[in-house]
Design a protein around this ligand. Structure first.
Ligand SMILES: C[S@@+](CC[C@H](N)C(=O)[O-])C[C@H]1O[C@@H](n2cnc3c(N)ncnc32)[C@H](O)[C@@H]1O
Length: 193
């Protein structure tokens, strides 16, 4: 989807997003956070945050919630009025370099058009030792089914593990610290700067 179509699509479904969440998938988020290990006050960017589904897991951190959809952020602010938000595409967001401890893309990465450029930008924004974590509460097959059900998202796919590895390495991430995992709780791809 191009940017305008993305905004139109997610603005239109934002008011119903939380109702549409499948509890079967939402329950799986906790298992990912056993590996994400949020530390108090660390700087986290929840890129493509939607309505703030991850907020309860990020309370202790200093989190910036970014999304391209105004309506998604409005829904987030109804639930969490004190949250720090930025309405922007990730690609054009003016953010400090070497700043974040973690950048998270949750259930959102397939929607980005130029995925390699997104990974490169994330690398620049992370501190040394910072982590880019791209994760899903759905398996690859479940995601293909959900995205296939709508004309707007049917082309939005999760890259293969070898595509992820190549993008991470090209961006400069440490080759020994790349994790590519897929299991019953979904997908978990992590690269460390
Ligand atoms: C499937 S939703 C997931 C939202 C949230 N992470 C969740 O799991 O509930 C994808 C989100 O990505 C956002 N998005 C898509 N492209 C974006 C971009 N280029 N920059 C920032 N946000 C984007 C959409 O507005 C939408 O809120």
């Amino acid at each position: 989807m191009d940017k305008q179509a993305t905004i139109k699509f997610f603005d239109s479904i934002a008011p119903k997003w939380d109702e549409m969440e499948n509890p079967k998938y939402t329950k799986r988020i906790a298992s990912h956070f056993k590996k994400i290990k949020v530390k108090p006050d660390e700087k986290i960017l929840d890129a493509a945050c939607g309505t703030g589904i991850l907020e309860p897991y990020l309370k202790e951190a200093d989190t910036l919630f970014l999304d391209i959809s105004k309506n998604m952020l409005l829904e987030l602010l109804k639930k969490y009025p004190a949250a720090k938000t930025l309405r922007s595409s990730f690609e054009s967001a003016k953010l400090p370099k070497n700043y974040f401890n973690k950048i998270l893309f949750f259930n959102s990465f397939p929607h980005f058009e130029n995925k390699a450029a997104v990974v490169k930008k994330a690398y620049k924004l992370l501190k040394e030792g910072g982590e880019l974590i791209i994760f899903h509460s759905l398996t690859r097959a479940e995601l293909a089914k959900v995205h296939g059900g709508s004309k707007e998202t049917k082309k939005d796919a999760v890259p293969t593990q070898s595509e992820f590895k190549e993008m991470f390495l090209k961006a400069g991430f440490a080759p020994t610290k790349i994790i590519l995992e897929e299991g019953k709780d979904g997908c978990f791809f992590k690269a460390t700067k």
